[in-house]
Design a protein around this ligand. Structure first.
Ligand code: NAP
Length: 369
């Protein structure tokens, strides 16, 4: 096979025209990588942001999350066989030869998950919306990979949460934005892997769902008393705080909500630092970090003018999470609700616009190859 179909950024910012379908060469993987035949894709905010904010040039293959079937295995890769069902996350949207929204995709083993075929239903989901459930099909597999790798880096490396459940039993993590794709995974990992108590914020309609995932306290971020309510319920016991929305406003709210807690590790997903918020000069022990999911492959990342390196410690912490801590819990993890679009790769533009226009709530937009 010489040419394959791919969705690439068009160079246009017009609504519904961010991406177009073209033919690109069949990908060439290294000895450390796999190639999968794509089956389902999931859209992430980073996909439209790369296009609209100019993080990647026009003509870059779009997409960061894909699931599919292993076709080729590099000679250094262990633990995979041709025909395996996998999902993966990659830094798409900035290269002409590589992105998730293509017929065949290059896969790094360290950001991939392998699924038990016996518990998988290969049938394509009809267009529509499906409630959250454990991963049991290609659409669900595509929907969770990037969020999981993000939470892995945030919790294991940035926040440095100890993986001793007994030590964490009386400690709170505050997850701002529990109904984001990241938050939905973060709540479950905080409970299942780390045994933390979880306080989270979301619209009222998502409260029961987030409680069903294990959140101990869910509060409405639109409530004017949100900060005071969190301070009261936390009783000074917040040690970790992840802002999965990551605006300056939410970062400030999250910081203020930890008043009374002695030593808090803060994390966010959009390069915010402590300089972006007003700090309480009395608080000297807090730490501030940032998470970038693409570092999970261990490669240096370039985003516009930013060049960010994966430290050996980051790679060690991430791999410990991915290979030691996560596997016993993978079968239990629930995906967000799935919003399945009808038109294969042609759905790329619709998916990007739904995210650009903030039209998703507690759900992941997915579509088939
Ligand atoms: N650095 C990285 O590696 C990395 C990785 C993943 C994501 N990100 C970034 O992180 C952000 C979240 O991505 P995502 O895919 O997880 O999100 P998403 O699923 O697109 O987020 C949608 C949700 O955001 C919630 N939300 C919006 N404003 C909020 C507020 N003020 N307070 C609390 N919740 C609010 C809404 O909750 P309700 O429906 O309950 O209102 C909605 O359900 C994006 O900016 C993305 O680009 C970065």
């Amino acid at each position: 096979m010489s040419a394959i179909k791919a969705a690439v950024s068009s160079g246009s910012q017009k609504t519904g025209e961010l991406a177009k379908l073209i033919q690109i060469p069949y990908p060439v993987a290294s000895d450390d990588q796999l190639i999968i035949k794509a089956v389902a894709y999931a859209a992430n905010p980073t996909d439209w942001k790369h296009i609209v904010l100019g993080w990647g040039p026009a003509g870059s293959v779009v997409g960061s999350d894909v699931s599919g079937i292993v076709e080729k295995i590099g000679k250094n890769v262990k633990g995979f066989e041709v025909g395996d069902y996998v999902s993966t996350t990659l830094h798409g949207n900035h290269l002409q030869e590589r992105g998730a929204f293509a017929d065949y995709v290059i896969v790094d083993p360290d950001t991939s998950l392998k699924f038990d075929k016996a518990s998988f239903d290969e049938a394509q989901l009809a267009p529509g919306t499906y409630p959250p459930s454990p991963i049991k099909n290609f659409e669900g597999a595509a929907a969770i990979n990037l969020s999981l790798a993000t939470v892995a880096l945030s919790f294991a490396d940035s926040l440095k949460i100890p993986d001793d459940k007994k030590e964490n039993a009386d400690t709170f993590i505050l997850i701002w934005g529990g109904a984001t794709s990241t938050g939905i995974v973060a709540i479950q990992i905080a409970k299942l892997v780390y045994g933390l108590k979880v306080i989270t914020t979301a619209s009222a309609k998502n409260h029961e769902f987030l409680k069903s995932l294990g959140a101990d306290v869910v509060l409405d971020y639109r409530n004017p008393d949100i900060v005071e309510s969190i301070i009261k319920v936390a009783g000074g016991k917040i040690a970790y705080a992840l802002d999965s929305v990551s605006s300056k406003e939410t970062y400030q709210q999250m910081y203020d909500s930890t008043k009374g807690s002695k030593k808090v590790a803060f994390d966010n997903l959009l390069f915010l630092t402590e300089k972006d918020i007003k700090l309480d000069p009395e608080r000297k022990s807090d730490t501030f970090g940032g998470t970038l999911v693409y570092l999970a492959t261990g490669e240096t990342q370039v985003l516009g003018d930013l060049v960010i390196e994966a430290t050996p410690e980051l790679i060690r912490s991430y791999k410990h999470f991915w290979y030691d801590l996560l596997p016993p819990h993978l079968a239990q993890l629930k995906t967000p609700a799935l919003r399945v679009l009808p038109n294969g790769l042609q759905s790329t533009n619709e998916a990007l616009e739904l995210l650009r226009e903030n039209k998703v709530s507690g759900e992941k937009v997915v579509f088939r190859a």
